[in-house]
Design a protein around this ligand. Sequence first.
Ligand SMILES: Cc1cc2nc3c(=O)[nH]c(=O)nc-3n(C[C@H](O)[C@H](O)[C@H](O)COP(=O)(O)OP(=O)(O)OC[C@H]3O[C@@H](n4cnc5c(N)ncnc54)[C@H](O)[C@@H]3O)c2cc1C
Length: 186
Amino acid sequence: MYEVAVIGAGPAGASAAIFLAKAGKKTIVFDHDKSITKRAWIENHYGVSEIAGPDLIETGIKQFQKFGAELVREQVSSIEKDGDTFEIHTENGTYQAGQIILATGLLTTLAESLGLATKDGTEPRIKRIFEVNPEGKTNVPGVWAAGTAAGVSVHTIITAGDGAKVAINVISELNGERYVDHDVLK
Ligand SMILES: Cc1cc2nc3c(=O)[nH]c(=O)nc-3n(C[C@H](O)[C@H](O)[C@H](O)COP(=O)(O)OP(=O)(O)OC[C@H]3O[C@@H](n4cnc5c(N)ncnc54)[C@H](O)[C@@H]3O)c2cc1C
């Protein structure tokens, strides 16, 4: 049983998983390797002078694995809510988690099995997004969304930032107080 399952290991999902795992939350990440970021050459991500999209993705994955989050490179076909637990189905297995963060990029296909509200995207070339409130909560308690799939501007610094924002809101809710993750320069 995981505390949080993140669907998507692009900038939004990986950034969320870094904060969750670093906060000691038992975290699992699912990804089926269809990130649009794989086609990007990035020169506008604050603090990184230039980087190829695939390298940004691999770095993000290494970061969350360093803090103990697990990665399952499989497609999530459906998610069902069973009381306070979510059953996550992939072609090879079923997993349980208490909270879900959907960071699925262009894809909102998981809305149906969860009964999630979606709406037309407002960003260029984005067809459909999950309806979320400013914290990143969807209409189903325990399900959150971040990044492109939650309607933010489709840029790595913003989608990664949104993933971090939502993760901090999930951690704060689980801890019952606002969470801060600051390391001090040694
Ligand atoms: C050609 C191109 C150039 C770009 N150049 C730039 C640039 O220069 N600067 C910039 O800031 N941004 C750029 N971007 C945009 C950038 O890639 C996106 O902003 C962004 O980072 C999207 O992040 P995300 O995490 O929301 O989605 P994604 O990176 O798309 O990640 C979503 C992940 O979810 C996974 N997923 C979805 N559904 C499931 C499921 N059911 N089961 C398992 N896994 C699932 C996918 O496999 C994917 O890996 C560019 C994009 C493109 C296409």
